[in-house]
Structure formats: structure tokens, C-alpha cells
Design a protein around this ligand. Structure first.
Ligand code: ASP
Ligand code: MG
Length: 404
């Protein structure tokens, strides 16, 4: 008998019919002799709806109230699934995070899980119940409700799996696994049977939407195997797991893109100590994440500084950066919100040279100008004009022979 944590995303619980479909899967797992903990998202679109309401109520809603509101979508789905399971003759109980105690820090909207109390869950499992737990939410030391960031129920599921030392964490979504690229952009995209934690993490950070990056970080840290599957079919699936010899053979295992990028350039910045700190500290204080940063070599004591932020933050960032630019005597600030980031990812890059050169050559052949570059051991990212996103993804996918 195994302990299985199953997480179902918003499209899998979008209405009662689909919740019944989830119930059937849960029952199948239970009948096979396993203990099951189910973690749910809100119904598709519900969290967006709640966020929208919050912003109608106040331009800058109080973050304690905001989290208490946007976490309610999950209360609806966990109770509904429990009702359906009960109706079908299975003992099931729903739990919100304060009832279990999934503790987090106090960073509203992007809280980190600090501790999971397993006592209550073990008690309930002993009684033979299926546990249906609200994803996305936690509770801080003041007993205030927190949320874990968009897509956070993936992280809830992995956290429970880690705390309970579950045998498997299954993440059910509307695609049947992790692909070499987004199949909606390129029909030659191929499903991967397995992928390493590190590659999955880079893919998630570089824009692949399947898993929340934090959930992968946590899975890696606690060595929780994640199985990504579709709730609509029994085929397919991708196992996210420790790296092995097979995986290292592939130089590149995926191409991702992220359209949620805007580029900010500060022109003619006096090149002296403290300038970067003056520019980026206000952004950090306002929780604006900066992705890529480039500082040009300085000429006559002046330099240009370019960086990217999420498009939703660009307006606020522009104001903060303009203030800083005035302060330090930079010439001006330019904004370009029609850029995208295209990345290639693979653990095999570590031991192969010329991968970056090949990427740049492929893009050049299509006349795609590279505006920024960043690399890690297993990832190369280029910022390009947003209109070239699809083209760049396709030519890179072909060049690195990902369709096999
Ligand atoms: N319902 C939350 C969201 O839409 C959490 C999740 O789906 O994982 O972001
Ligand atoms: Mg999701």
C-alpha cells in the first residue's frame, strides 16, 4: 500500500461533471489499495475573477484581505469533491490549510511554506478517509490566511507529499505531460517520458506553464518524484525525477518562451559605485522581480543599463526607475513591452560546447535580432521581438532535433 498525493488543476475541476471525473480517478487509486490525499485548485477562471473583484473594491487592496479573498476558490472545489466522494460511498473530508496547519511566512501573495503539521492528516488517513486539501493557501503565525503565488497549488501538493514522505505526487492537468515545447505553438512538440528536476525547474522559470517553479524546487530538495498527467486521459505522463545517464545524452531537451517580458533601458547612467543599487532597490522593495540584467561597458564614464520585468509590473517599474534615473543623473529611460524571451534547456549542455553559438546562428539565419542574452549551466535565453516568438521556437526545435 502506497501513499499517493494527487493534485488537480483548475480545468480538471471546472464543473461538477469534471469533479465527478476526478472522483472516479481518486476512487480507482483508493481501490488499488492506496491512501490518497487530493489537493485541488479553484475552478478554472475563479481565482482571476476574485482578483478582479478585489481590484474593483480597492485600487491597492489590503494584502491580508486580498489573500483571504482569493483563496476562497479552493474552498468551493474541496468541499464539492468531498460531497461527490461521499455520495459515491467513499469517506472523504475536506481541509483548509488552517485545519491541518500548513504554516507559511507572512509574505502575502507569495508566501513560502515553513512547516506542515502531519498529525491531523495521519489521523484521518488511519480512519480510511480520502483527504481533500485546499491548495494555494497557508496560514501565518498570526493565523492570517496567505497564498503561495499563482499556480501555488502545485507547491501545496509537493509540500504535503514531502512532509508525509508520500510514494508519489501526481499532478493532473489538461496536458498529458511535459513537452519539448508548447504543442499549441509547434505541432512537432514531443512528450518527454522523463525529465530531471533541474531541467524542469529551468523550463518552469523560463515560461513553461505546467508546474509552478517553487513546486519543482521543493520536489528536488525533498526528492519527491512528480508525475505530470492529464486528468482527461489514461495515456502519457512525464516523470520529473533525479537526473540519470540517459538524460545527460540529450544536449537540449526543451525550448520554452515567455511573452510576459518587458524591457527597460536606462540610458547614459554615470558609471560609479551604488548606481545599480539605487536603481534596483526600489524595485525589490515593491516586490518587482527583475529577470535579465545587462550593463554595457562604460564609455567616458557613462553606461547603459538594460533589464527585463514582467509586463504586469512595467508601469510601476517605469515610475520607480524614472525617479532613480533623475536622482543619479541618467539621460532617459526607454520602455519596450513587445519583447519575449526564448530559451533552450538541457543538462547535456554542461558537457557540450558550441550550443550557444548554434542557437545564435539559427536565430540569425531567420533574421531574428537578439536583444539580450543570459545563460546558466543548463539554459540559454535570448530576448527577441515578441513577433518572432513562434518562429524562434520552431527553428530552434528543428535545429536541436527535438521531434526525434
Ligand atoms: N487557484 C490558484 C491560481 O489560479 C492556484 C492554482 O491554480 O494552483 O493561481
Ligand atoms: Mg496550474
Amino acid at each position: 500500500m502506497a501513499l499517493v498525493v494527487q493534485k488537480y488543476g483548475g480545468t480538471s475541476v471546472a464543473d461538477i461533471k469534471r469533479i465527478e471525473n476526478v472522483a472516479r480517478r481518486v476512487i480507482k487509486t483508493k481501490q488499488a489499495g492506496n491512501d490518497v490525499i487530493v489537493v485541488l485548485s479553484a475552478m478554472a477562471g475563479e481565482t482571476d475573477r476574485l482578483i478582479n473583484l478585489a481590484h474593483q473594491a480597492a485600487a491597492d487592496p489590503d494584502s491580508r484581505e486580498y489573500d483571504a479573498l482569493i483563496s476562497t476558490g479552493e474552498q468551493v472545489t474541496v468541499t464539492l469533491l468531498s460531497m461527490v466522494l461521499n455520495r459515491l460511498g467513499y469517506k472523504a473530508r475536506s481541509f483548509l490549510s488552517f485545519q491541518i496547519k500548513i504554516n507559511t511566512d507572512r509574505a502575502h501573495k507569495k508566501a513560502r511554506i515553513t512547516k506542515v503539521d502531519t498529525r491531523k492528516m495521519r489521523e484521518e488517513l488511519k480512519k480510511g478517509s480520502v483527504l481533500v486539501v485546499a491548495g494555494f493557501q497557508g496560514v501565518d503565525e498570526e493565523n492570517d490566511i496567505t497564498t503561495l503565488g499563482r499556480g501555488g497549488s502545485d507547491t501545496s501538493a509537493v509540500a504535503l507529499a514531502a512532509a508525509l514522505k508520500a510514494d508519489l505526487c501526481e499532478i493532473y492537468t489538461d496536458v498529458d505531460g511535459v513537452y519539448t515545447t508548447d504543442p499549441n505553438i509547434y505541432d512537432k512538440a514531443r512528450r518527454l517520458e522523463r525529465i530531471s528536476y533541474d531541467e524542469m525547474l529551468e523550463m518552469a522559470r523560463a515560461g513553461a506553464k505546467v508546474l509552478q517553479p517553487r513546486s519543482v524546487e521543493m520536489a528536488k530538495k525533498y526528492e519527491v518524484p512528480i508525475y505530470v498527467k492529464s486528468s482527461f486521459s489514461d495515456e502519457g505522463g512525464t516523470l520529473v525525477t533525479k537526473e540519470d545517464k540517459e538524460m545527460e545524452k540529450e544536449v537540449v531537451s526543451g525550448v520554452t518562451y515567455d511573452r510576459d517580458q518587458a524591457k527597460i533601458t536606462v540610458i547614459n547612467v554615470p558609471d560609479r559605485p551604488g548606481i545599480a543599487a539605487r536603481l534596483f532597490t526600489p524595485l525589490a522593495e515593491h516586490n518587482i522581480m527583475v529577470d535579465m540584467i545587462i550593463q554595457n561597458a562604460s564609455v567616458d564614464g557613462f553606461t547603459d543599463l538594460t533589464f527585463t520585468v514582467s509586463r504586469k509590473d512595467v508601469k510601476q517599474a517605469a515610475v520607480l526607475v524614472q525617479e532613480a534615473a533623475n536622482d543619479i543623473g541618467a539621460a532617459r529611460v526607454e520602455i519596450d513591452d513587445s519583447v519575449a524571451k526564448v530559451s533552450i534547456i538541457g543538462v547535456g549542455m554542461v558537457s557540450h560546447s558550441g550550443v550557444a553559438a548554434k542557437m545564435f546562428t539559427i536565430l540569425a539565419k531567420e533574421g531574428i535580432n537578439i536583444e539580450m542574452i543570459s545563460t546558466s549551466e543548463i539554459k540559454i535565453s535570448c530576448v527577441v521581438k515578441a513577433k518572432y516568438t513562434e518562429l524562434a521556437v520552431m527553428v530552434l526545435h528543428d535545429a536541436f532535433e527535438l521531434e526525434k
